[in-house]
Structures are given as C-alpha cells and as structure tokens.
Write a protein that binds this ligand. Sequence first.
Ligand code: GLA
Length: 750
Amino acid sequence: MNGIKKMLLPLALLAGTVATAAPVTSAEGNSRTIDIHTDRLSLVFAAAPGSVLTQCHFGARIDNSAPLAVSGTGVPAYPTAEGFDFRNPALRVTHADGDPNTELRYVSHTSKQLADGNVTETAIRLNDRCQALDVELIFTAYARENVITTHALIHNREKGAVELRDFYSSALSLRAGKYLLTHLYGAWAREAQVEHSLLDHGSKSIESSRGVRTTHTEQPAFLLTLDSDSFNEEYGEVIAGALAWSGNFRLNFEVDESDRLTVLAGANPAGSEYTLRPGETFRTPEMIYTYSNQGAGGASRNLHDWARRYGVYRNTHTVPTLLNSWEGAYFDFDFKTLAGMIDDAAAMGLEMFVLDDGWFGNKYPRNSSGAGLGDWQVNVRKLPEGIDSIASYAHARGLKFGIWIEPEMVNPKSELAERHPDWIVRMPGREAPLSRNQWLLDLTNPAVQDFVFEVFDQTMQLSKKIDYIKWDANRNACNAGSAYLPAAEQTRFWFDYTQGFYRVLERIRAKFPDVLIQACASGGGRVEYGALRYFDEVWTSDNTEALSRARIQYGTSLFYPASVMGAHVSAVPNHQTGNRTPLKFRLDMACAGRLGMELQPRQMDDAERAFARKAIDSYKGYREIVLQGDLYRIGTPYDRSGCYAVLYVSKDKQRAVLFTYCLQYQGRTLRPKFRLRGLDPQTNYRIRELNVEKPRFGFDGGTFSGSLLAEAGIEPALSKLYDSGVFLLEAADSEQPIRTAPTGSRSGLR
Ligand code: GLA
C-alpha cells in the first residue's frame, strides 16, 4: 500500500485539536479564491477571513479563477442552514448549550503536495461565529486522474458534548439547465441496474440504512450529465461521484428555487445522531468526484484510473483465474470432491481453487446455512485431512488456494452464540430478527473486533498455502442495539460498526499485506470504495447467468474498474435464473472481468472443457488489457438494438480487446455495428477473433487503421440470441496491407 492510500484511511475520532499547518495562502482583506485543480478539473472557492466560504465553480479547469472571487456567483460551500440558506444542511448540530444554529466562517487554508507530486491536499479551516466548533474541509486533488476527493473534520472545543445530526462529507453545488442523474439500483441477484432520471425541483435521495450489505439496492455512486436529458458515452459534461463508505450512506440531490443543484454526500445521518465529546474530532467518510467533458465514458475512465492507482488496495496486473466450489458443490463435499475439482481446474488451465462455505463447525456442523457460523474450526468429519492437505494438493498442481469466511456473523446454532450472547447485535428486551438463519456480531465492541481479526488470522494459520480469502457478509443490521455502547448513545452504532470493520481490516492488512481478499456480501452488497481500500476485488452478484451479467457488469463498470470485478462462468441451466446460455457466451462475458468458474467441471463434457481451456488460455494473453486498460463501452445492454460491446485499450494504445454480445435476435436484416473509439487513429491494428475454431468474419486477420475502426466500425454478423465474439487488436507492422471492408458475414467463413 502506498503512502497516499495510508493517508486516506478513515479515523473516526482524532483526539486533540485539528492540526493546521502554517497557511501558504491566507486570505486577508477582500475575498479571494482558493483554487483546487487537477489537469482538467477545477474546484474554486472564495472567502475572506470572517466571511462565509463560497463555492464558485466545479467543472472544466479554469486557469485564472481570481475574478470569481468578486463575481458574486458563489454559494455557501458547506451549508449549515444559517441565515437565508434554506437548503438541506451539510452540517447540523446541537451545541453543548442547546443552541441548534451554526454559522461557519472562513479562518485560513493551507495546501501541500503529497507523495509523488501528482497529489495536492488543501485544507480549509472554518469555525462557528459563536460556538467553539471548528470544521476543516479537506480536498485531495489527483492531477492526472482528474479526481478530487473530500472529507470534513468536525472538532468540538466546546465545554460539553455536541450532538451531530447531519454530518455530510461534502456539499457540491452546480448550476446547469438540466441535470440527468444516473445511478444504480437493484436487489440480491439483480444488482447494479442502471436508472436515469432528470432531476426536477425538490430533493431526491439515494441512500441505504441497512448498516451492512449496503449496495444491493442502491449504490453510493452517481453520474450527473449536465445540460442534457440524454445519457451519452462520448460527449457532454458528466460529473461522477462515489462515496468510500461501507455503512449507511446518503446522497441527496436538491434542486432549489435558483435552479441550482446541491449534492450532499456522506454517511446517512438518519437515526444516527452522534455524540461528539469535548476535544474529539469526527472524520466523515471520503467522497470522490471527477468530471469529464467526454461523456460518461470519460468520467468512468477517470474513476478507474484513480481507483487502480489510489482507491483500491492493490493494483494487480494479472490476477489468478479461479474455480470456486460454491455452485459446483455447495455444502456437500469431502477431500475427494475437492481434489477432483482441483484436478479439473488445473486441466483447464485455471490458476486458483477457492473452497467456499461449508468447511467448518463441529458441534454444529456447517452443512447448511442453518448452523456453524462463528465456529471457525475445520469440520473433522467432512475434512479429516484438514485444510492444509487441500491447499497443498492445489499447490502441488500449480494452483493457488483460497478459502471462504463470514467472520462478522453467527448462527444461533453455534458454540459462539452460546458463549457470547452479548456480542450479538440486538436491543435488550427486543427480538433480534434472523436473516439467512443468522445474526450480526457487534463490531462496535473491541472484543468482537479482536474476535473477527482472530478468525482471519487463525484461518490463515490453517495452512501456509492460503493465497486468497473470500470475505462474505450475508445479512443487514436491523433492530440494531449494542450491549457495548452506552444506553444513551445507541445511535452511534451505525457509524461505529463501520469504523470497527475498518479497524479490523487495518490490522489484517498490517499482518497480511499480500493475501488476496474478495469482498462479497450475498453477491454485490459491498461494492464500494470504502471496502476497496482493503480488498482486492468484489463479487458483484450471486447471479452468475451471463445475460443478467451483461447488465450487472455494465452498471458496475460505470464506477469501478474491471480489475476489481470478479466474473464467473457457471453451469446451465443457471441456478438463479434457470436460463441456458452457450458456454462461449458465458466465457466471453466473464472474460471481460476477473475470470473465474463456479461449477462442477465433471458435469462438463470433453468438448466444453477443451473449449474452456482454450478461452482461459487466450484470456491469459490479454487479461492485462482488461485489468489495466481504458474502457470504452459501445452502447448499453439496455439498447433496443439488442447488441452491446466493450472495448479495453491498453494505455499505450498498442493492443485492445473487444467483447461483442448479441442480447436479442437480430433477424435477417439487422447486423450489429460497433465503432471502436479509443484507439489511436493513426495506428494500424490487426484484428484476430479469439475463442473460435476458424475465422468467421471477413475482417478477421485484416489490418485496419484506428481511424477507420472508429469511424466506419466493424460489423460482425452476430445475429442469434447469445452470439458473441472476442477480438484482439494489435498494432501491426505498417507494411501489412490495410483492408478496407471491416464487415463480416457468416458467408465470409473461410
Ligand atoms: C453468499 C455468497 C455466495 C456464497 C454463499 C455461501 O450467498 O454471495 O457466493 O459464498 O454465500 O454461503
């Protein structure tokens, strides 16, 4: 983990005063601007000492922002519902003496370069006119990635406790003619569905109050297309935002009487009042923003670049392809079953075997979801040989080894629940509802944090050959209550649970910096940048059916890079949807992310295994482009055309890989057309189709200029439902002939 990531780590409470370095720019006399910028993005504030800090601009870079200080266009940058600002407040507190008002005024600001010279941090210090309450707004600008992240520090210097009621990370003000909001919604097994809505006057909020597993139904991320009512991949001004927080979140979009939009983003304050004691500092989660004038595609690419370099625990160039045992074996396995799966995985060229749920519990064996959670000892009846022998078996066959845990949870049928009823999240005297037959453990309690850390630590001690942990979390928090928190401060549960989770992950990463860890929460319940500071990848959905995956992967790609997106091939009929799709379609879909398989290979026939082996092999040849390249989405899986593609282009534009999918029968008259933007127009690319026995299209093997591929495009004759094609494009020797007809038809078979 590099230095900058360390600085992004959340700390809820910092004792002592807010440290303020000597100001490099201090506003004196008249208002002047505070300019926070990246290569192509500016965020401009204006202030004078003792005056309200206003935000004057967020958007394309402005080189001389000084005139904005006197233009009078700014709006309060961190609203507190003071004076005539009646917008929803970013900060609302009850002071120690009962005063419910806050009037923040500018004090000073400082700016410093961090780490590699690409990152600049600006801290703007404000304090209340009447009460001893300080707020520091911290902005971190990532020049090359065009990302600005921000959080607030709220420091109580009052004589008594301050009640925090609203405590958002940021308030962003925008002024445009139209605001098109794009966000993700869904549920278990249909996560990351895309919805667009034009914002009109009033407030719309996207939020979660589920405590844990917060991203199934809504994502703490959004795109805003300005001055347009249509979503566009390539053109127009688009702002993207994403909150790095694994707990309850709220994004509030308020269009006021001046047609101004204010976006409040942060931990969800609903029902989460927080008592800030004298001398304490509250740190809000980090909010991430980017801007592009190249449409949604540009905004996504900025986020992906930032994520790979700064936002995700590790930026891995190659990740092991894997076989996961879940859908192939569920709870029903022994050493022989697993060894057989490992042999088959090795034969198909997969590089890791992951043993999922079901390996633990003795008094209450984990043979279903009904028992055993909490008792992380190897089930000696099922696996008398122990985990080390399976891990060693995998290693001996050249595979890495991974194992599943769900350490935040407990089944009532477990020795842990018998031993520690006080560790269960519930209010004394109130029933704790079960979900998937389990309860949540109270991570606000340091003893529970120790336990969860030890579960991880002891699992790692089961074998020296554990390379990967799948960390699951299969329920929400409800009827919350903590035996650890004081009775009068139960509402801090929502914030402190997430902080407890992060504290455990800090310890885990300090001890196990190299182990790969996947964040899973009944599929895509923990897909967000708070978790990704510690995890290498996310499981986006328990729905592994390839047609559903087209939408899930598309939605996920708006905010998260393919390098974190686990994508598995499973059996047909699919266990969630019952749908049957061809193996090629399933592989071509999963190869657009971190490829894995999740089935019983013995149920595949020889031809299928041979095909999978070939596709896995070709994936290994281009996966670095998928994981590290720039993503250009071509259309969407929601399009009426019924065809969709994604193009990943290597940073040096020498190689690219194109995935094309037919999601609807095209009949005899339609032929998909894909324009390949993102290539270098001057470079000639040789196109080769992968995962086929012989060339299918006339253009296969041909060489075409990047400009021709962008303007004329290619027209592979994919027409049947679930037809798909994967094409590798490589910069060609300029002496090769340039073909000019990049269309293809089945009659063009050679
Ligand atoms: C959750 C996960 C699955 C699998 C099961 C095991 O549902 O999302 O991938 O690990 O738990 O119980």
